[in-house]
Ligand binder design. Structure first.
Ligand SMILES: [Zn+2]
Length: 148
């Protein structure tokens, strides 16, 4: 079992796609053994996916339960880039509340407007690499289907 679940929502179809996606991503990207996914309802959360940047919960991410199954691989590709950044130590949430990126401390990132948040270096990197990871996932998925 490479993915575990927290929270009360258990959308079976999305869970199936998520496990498959994480399994394939592991072939291309260094990821922690334990990845936790919590599905959240769209009403309370205004995002499609988020990685929990808290030193107590490394490897945990949230996905919006309102996603379509076909949207899951792209959203996960982005969040898995963050999980990878945390796993390799490049991105490190610190207990005082800031975020350390390659040795530089960023504070108050949670209060930044969306446009500025997207300019943070770990976001820029995740956006830069997510297409590559998604392509890898889709390629591996196709190869696997061919074999079966
Ligand atoms: Zn991000």
């Amino acid at each position: 079992m490479t993915v575990s679940w927290c929270g009360v929502l258990r959308p079976v179809e999305l869970m199936t796609v998520a496990v498959h996606t994480v399994d394939l991503a592991r072939l291309s990207l260094l990821l922690p053994q334990r990845i936790e996914i919590e599905f959240c309802s769209g009403g309370e959360h205004h995002y499609w996916g988020a990685t929990v940047l808290d030193p107590r919960w490394c490897g945990r991410m949230r996905l919006n339960a309102g996603l379509q199954p076909r949207e899951v691989p792209l959203i996960l590709a982005h969040e898995l880039m963050h999980v990878h950044q945390v796993h390799t130590g490049e991105l490190r949430p610190v207990s005082s509340g800031g975020i350390m990126w390659r040795g530089v401390l960023y504070t108050d990132t949670a209060n930044l407007p969306w446009e500025q948040y997207m300019q943070l270096p770990w976001e820029m990197e995740a956006y830069e690499w997510q297409e590559w990871l998604l392509a890898e996932i889709l390629r591996l998925s196709t190869d696997k289907d061919k074999i079966e």
